[in-house]
Design a protein around this ligand. Structure first.
Ligand code: PLP
Length: 497
């Protein structure tokens, strides 16, 4: 580490303006407008850019100075580096032919909401540190619960102890739910005395997201505490009979089942577990039922998907969905709801003297620091509020329907071409398919399309065989983007013979 200058060392010549190191309000306005212009131009340019970054490891780092500037630079210099160095090193998630993983949709409204949140720069760790940050969030998560047709008991405005909270990601939400489950199952012992000798076990299907195992690792239960329940080979949904068998065996063995995760819309194929049947299997077991609807949950904004996506949710102890995937809310924004906040706040609340205040002591307010691992928190509700208000539920439904409609088009193209076959039924806006010629042909097809720069697809394995995931739902995707991607795909297939 370089030594800091001693008081005797001569002060370097400074280029700072008289009014200090900060942008003046006028400069801020000018650069702010330029930044918004940059974003609008970036979006407009995407169609002509390769979707997948075309750089080798180290390319971006080598293009940047290895020391920070001693003297102030103009903000315009940063914007020009974005164009020259950063953009070529980006995989363009807002590209109309980005079809890998799941969409992480940004949107104009969410960006403006996020910008305002940055400008306000408030810390909403407890109600008293900025009451509006907490109360706007309570209203917005209630609105979303209502928009998705979630059980009434999950709302702050309902008479009971339920409510929702915005977290960074579904991974954190699932981890938090597991901590609440341990608190509930141990009668509060875990927070004081730790996990003890109890052999806690956790359950999810073999298709559960990796964040479940990670949550068990972080909670100190260890990855081996997680039981992977078999799925029905045709639907890839959890085989509830297998769950029942595993629970009975573990209980016989002296284990204590603490947490069962049902998935509504698995990452691999979009499979939907039967939450109602899983809840019934837990009757008398006393385990916490968590529903991971990270990707698919927001589609319940459309009444035609609601029954399928929300059946049995009134029986769950926690539910998470990500507006930052399909629902146009610039990453990060993940909403966790609980019908009873007691276990959550019981597991996580601590009140050091410096945070004590009359409002918290009165019990009349929500202190969100007790609803997630960290203390400090941003005003994330602002971007979700901006999305819900400026799209309206009508606009959100139109967006979701567009994704489903375009995925139907993909499904038809696959079905009408005998070189390809669907691997599982289309789930909402996700189509999983393969080349009938086998795994090598399937992977070569995907790699060929991705290398062409036209589109970006990702893969999975289903019942041991390779499959391509075509995840529609991007906010800028239109029918010609589907057709252009299909043309690239069939061209690769033809070249391969
Ligand atoms: C994307 C996804 C997650 C993880 O989401 P993060 O918000 O990135 O943690 C978890 N579960 C499912 C089903 C997902 O699709």
């Amino acid at each position: 580490m370089p030594e800091s200058p001693t008081p005797e060392s001569p002060r370097p010549e400074s280029s700072l303006p008289d009014d200090g190191p900060h942008m003046s309000p006028e400069e801020f306005r000018r650069h702010g407008h330029a930044a918004i212009d940059w974003i609008a131009d970036y979006w407009a340019s995407l169609d002509d850019l390769p979707v997948l970054a075309q750089v080798a490891p180290g390319d971006v780092r080598r293009s940047l100075p290895d020391a920070p500037p001693e003297q102030a630079e103009d903000f315009d210099a940063l914007l020009s580096d974005l164009d020259e160095i950063v953009v070529p090193g980006l995989t363009h998630w807002q590209h109309p032919r980005y079809f890998a993983y799941f969409p992480a949709n940004s949107s104009p409204a969410a960006i403006l909401g996020d910008l305002l949140s940055s400008g306000i720069g408030a810390q909403g760790m407890i109600w008293a540190t900025s009451p509006a940050v907490t109360e706007v969030e309570q209203v917005v998560v209630d609105w979303l619960a209502q928009a998705l047709g979630l059980p009434e008991q999950l709302r702050h405005a309902a008479p009971g102890p339920g409510g929702g909270v915005i977290q960074d990601t579904a991974s954190t939400a699932t981890f938090t739910a597991l901590l609440a489950a341990l608190h509930a199952a141990s009668g509060g012992r875990v927070r004081d005395a730790g996990l003890g000798d109890t052999r806690w076990t956790v359950y999810g299907s073999s298709q559960a997201h990796s964040s479940l195992v990670k949550a068990a690792m972080m909670a100190g239960l260890g990855a081996e505490s997680v039981r992977m329940v078999d799925v029905d080979p045709a639907t890839q949904a959890m085989d509830v009979r297998s769950l029942e068998r595993m629970l009975a065996e573990d209980i016989d063995d002296g284990c204590r089942p603490v947490f069962v995760q049902a998935c509504v819309g698995t990452t691999s194929t979009g499979a939907v577990d039967d939450v109602q049947a899983i809840a019934e299997a837990l009757d008398g077991v006393g385990a916490w039922l968590h529903v991971d609807a990270a990707w698919a949950g927001v589609a319940a904004v459309c009444p035609e998907h609601r029954e399928h996506l929300t059946r049995g949710l009134h029986l769950a102890q926690s539910i998470v969905t990500n507006p930052h995937k399909w629902l146009l809310t610039t990453f990060d924004c993940s909403v966790l709801w609980v019908p009873d906040r007691g276990s959550l706040t019981g597991a996580l609340s601590l009140t050091p003297e410096y945070l004590r205040n009359a409002a918290s002591d009165s019990g009349e307010v929500v202190d969100y620091r007790d609803w997630h691992p960290q203390l400090g928190r941003r005003f994330r509700a602002l971007k979700l509020w901006a999305v819900m208000r400026t799209y309206g539920l009508e606009g959100l439904r139109e967006h979701v329907r567009q994704g489903v409609e375009l995925a139907r088009r993909v499904e038809e193209l696959v079905e009408d071409d005998d070189r390809f076959e669907l691997v599982t039924p289309r789930s909402l806006s996700l189509v999983v398919f393969r080349a009938v010629a086998g795994d090598d042909a399937t992977m070569a097809l995907m790699d060929g399309v991705n290398a062409s720069g036209v589109a970006y697809l990702s893969h999975t394995r289903v019942e041991g065989r390779a499959a391509i995931r075509w995840a529609v739902g991007g906010w800028r995707t239109t029918a010609p983007d589907i057709d252009r991607t299909w043309a690239a795909l069939t061209e690769v297939a033809e070249r391969a013979g």
